[in-house]
Every structure is written in structure tokens, then in C-alpha cells.
Design a protein around this ligand. Structure first.
Ligand code: ADP
Ligand code: MG
Length: 356
């Protein structure tokens, strides 16, 4: 049985469709990240699951039970928001215990749970401080703790790390992932940050304009993006794109250049028509100018990144990023050839923007 099933979820605000028929099956214990740019409907989807927003059509099923008409408190979920929403007048301890006290949980149990979560999140020394006396990261831990003491088997997170600085964000990301492994609960985590998605998720749902464009393991999202949008959104530097057409006999043609697609695993054999070829910076090799199966290119500049480097080349009227070793970057010639590895490239239909 899935932990959460979303069936044909539709939602509009003021005549504008925000969620178009979302279907998703989330397994028990899975860490699912909903990834997409600002405004694509991530929070709306999470709020529909939590019951904070009502959908216009569709069903939300949690652990086999249709919860569509139920109040948030009746759904057995815990939620952590971007704004920590702690009570400013209460100590961290009271922020953790308040919900349980309201629910009439016995005092001894409340104390036990607060002690458990404080140890788990390493905030024992902070329990008597008020939110104003805590750093952003510490406040976020208290907010996470408050969700965890509800001991629900499902936790929802809406961009919980976006108010933290980069270093703390990276640390908390790892801690959250470890927490997921310790607790084994189902987690749905919303973010616009692809690094969070790639590092934390068992599966990533990439959203664009109210639709889920791909729902898959992070590595397959990276290696085999299902659409042009997913290809451009995931990965840094962004994938290089070349517009052209498939000639129906296994070649991708752009201007007077034609590339053999023989090594490419088409999902639709003998595809033809207008297409976009996508190659990541690590799927391009630099060869001698005029070498077979290469396209002439001119080095614009290189960027040293510490462990490796990026070369930026002008080629086919566009600028291409190519991943290079440090030594190669230092000794790069100006006029070279670029060769694409078609086995790891992506080809999309220009009309449907889907992978071919
Ligand atoms: N309560 C609301 N009333 C009207 N429009 C809303 C409301 N909530 C969200 N929206 C609109 O829905 C779209 C998606 O919002 P949201 O789900 O918050 O996106 P995300 O979390 O991906 O940034 C946005 O265009 C936003 O303006
Ligand atoms: Mg949001």
C-alpha cells in the first residue's frame, strides 16, 4: 500500500489553473522531493496534501484512507514551514510541548518526547531559550522538532532550509537525510534548490507550471531528463542545447553540420522532425580542430573550479560549457573541435518538448 496517493488533483485560484491533474504514488518510508521554480505550485500541492488548501477535484489517500474532506489535524501529518512559525513568547521547550499539551497528552509522555527529540536534534542546551535567543539554524531545529514530536509517520517540509546561510543549509541537509534514515518515516520535501533535491531524495518530482514533468530517481532525472524543461532545470552548469532536426535516417542536422545519432538510445525509433539536442558539459570532449566527428569551436574563457574546470567555447553561434581537467584547462588552445558523446546526450522533440 502506498503511503500517499494523489489522484487527479486539480486546483485553481481565481480562474487560473495552479495544479493540472496531479497523480502521484508515494511509498511508505520514501523521501520524495518536489522540485520546481518559484510559483510552479509546489506549496499549493503540499497544502492540498496537508489539508490546508482544498483541491477542486481529485482525491488524497493517506495510508489507504481517503482524507479529502478531513481537517489538517485529522490527517495525522506533521509539517515544517519555511518561516519557522515558532511562538515567540514561549521557550524552545514549550514550543515543542505545546501541541501535545493541547492534545491532552499525559505530562510524563510530553517530557519524554521533548527529551527524545532534543537529544535527536542536539538542542538539549537550548530548551530554555526563547526563539529570539536562537540562531536561524537553531530555530529551524526547534521547528523540525515540533513536527517530529507528533510522531506521525508522514512529515511534510516546505522549503525548510531556505532561510539558512549556505554552510548551515548544507549541514542541515545532511542531518535531515540522516534523520530520515533513523526514523524511517515518509517525507515529502518541497524545494526550488536542485542540489537539495539531488542529494536528499529517493525520488524527485520535477514540477513545472502546475504539472509533474518527471517523477524518478535523482540520477535518472539527471541522465535521462524526460522533458526539455527538466533537462534545463537540473544540473549545473545548465545543459547545452542545440536546435536542429532529425532527418529520419539517424542524423541530427543543424545548419551545415550533421551529427550521427547512432549511439543514442531513442525511445521512439526512427524519430524525425524538429528537435533539440542536449549535451551536458561532461558529455563533450575537446579534440583537434578538424578531427573526425567534431564541430569547430573557439575558446572564449576558462573557469577554474578547484577540483576541475569549465571551458566556455563559441560553437554553432552559441556558447557551450565543457568540463575539463585543471591541466587541460591551463593548456587549452584557442581553436579546437568539440565532439559530443551521443550515448549520454538527450534529444527532445521541439514540438512536444518531450524526450525522444
Ligand atoms: N491563496 C492563493 N490565492 C491566489 N493565488 C495563489 C494562492 N496561493 C498560491 N497562489 C498562486 O499559485 C501559484 C503557485 O503558488 P505556490 O504553490 O505557492 O508556488 P511555489 O510554492 O511553487 O512557489 C502562484 O502563481 C501563486 O501566486
Ligand atoms: Mg512555495
Amino acid at each position: 500500500m502506498s503511503s500517499i496517493s494523489l489522484r487527479q488533483i486539480k486546483k485553481s485560484f481565481g480562474g487560473l489553473i495552479i495544479l493540472h491533474s496531479i497523480d502521484m504514488e508515494i511509498e511508505k518510508g520514501e523521501f520524495v522531493v518536489i522540485l520546481g521554480p518559484s510559483g510552479c505550485g509546489k506549496s499549493t500541492l503540499l497544502n492540498v496534501i496537508a489539508g490546508l488548501d482544498e483541491c477542486d477535484e481529485g482525491q488524497t489517500v493517506i495510508e489507504g484512507k481517503d482524507v479529502s474532506g478531513l481537517e489538517p489535524s485529522e490527517r495525522g501529518l506533521a509539517m515544517v514551514f519555511q518561516s519557522y512559525a515558532l511562538f515567540p513568547a514561549m521557550t524552545a521547550r514549550r514550543n515543542l510541548s505545546f501541541g501535545m499539551e493541547i492534545a491532552g497528552t499525559p505530562k510524563a509522555t510530553v517530557a519524554e518526547k521533548v527529551a527524545w527529540v532534543a537529544k535527536l536534534l542536539q538542542i538539549e542546551a537550548l530548551l530554555d531559550r526563547k526563539p529570539a535567543q536562537l540562531s536561524g539554524g537553531q530555530r529551524q531545529r526547534v521547528a523540525i522538532g515540533r513536527a517530529l514530536v507528533r510522531s506521525s509517520s508522514i512529515c511534510l517540509f516546505d522549503e525548510p532550509l531556505s532561510n539558512l546561510d549556505a554552510k548551515l543549509r548544507a549541514e542541515t541537509r545532511v542531518e535531515l537525510k540522516q534523520l530520515h534514515e533513523t526514523l524511517g518515516s515518509t517525507m515529502i520535501y518541497v524545494t526550488h534548490d536542485q542540489i537539495e533535491a539531488m542529494t536528499m531524495a529517493d525520488r524527485v518530482a520535477v514540477m513545472h507550471k502546475g504539472k509533474v514533468e518527471q517523477f524518478a530517481h535523482p540520477q535518472s532525472i539527471y541522465e535521462k531528463p524526460a522533458s526539455l524543461f527538466v533537462a534545463g532545470f537540473v544540473g549545473s552548469p545548465a545543459m547545452n542545447f542545440i536546435e536542429g532536426r532529425l532527418d529520419g535516417s539517424g542524423r541530427f542536422v543543424t545548419g551545415d553540420i550533421s551529427v550521427d545519432t547512432g549511439d543514442y538510445a531513442f525511445e521512439e525509433p526512427w524519430a524525425s522532425g524538429d528537435a533539440v539536442l542536449g549535451v551536458r558539459s561532461e558529455d563533450i570532449s575537446v579534440v583537434d580542430c578538424g578531427a573526425p566527428r567534431s564541430i569547430p569551436a573557439t575558446l572564449a574563457f576558462t573557469e577554474l573550479l578547484g577540483a576541475d574546470a569549465l571551458g566556455w567555447f563559441d560553437c554553432l553561434g552559441k556558447r557551450f560549457s565543457v568540463r575539463l581537467g585543471i591541466e587541460a584547462a591551463r593548456s587549452m588552445r584557442k581553436e579546437v573541435g568539440l565532439r559530443f558523446n551521443m550515448a549520454t546526450a538527450s534529444i527532445f522533440s521541439k514540438a512536444t518538448e518531450r524526450r525522444l
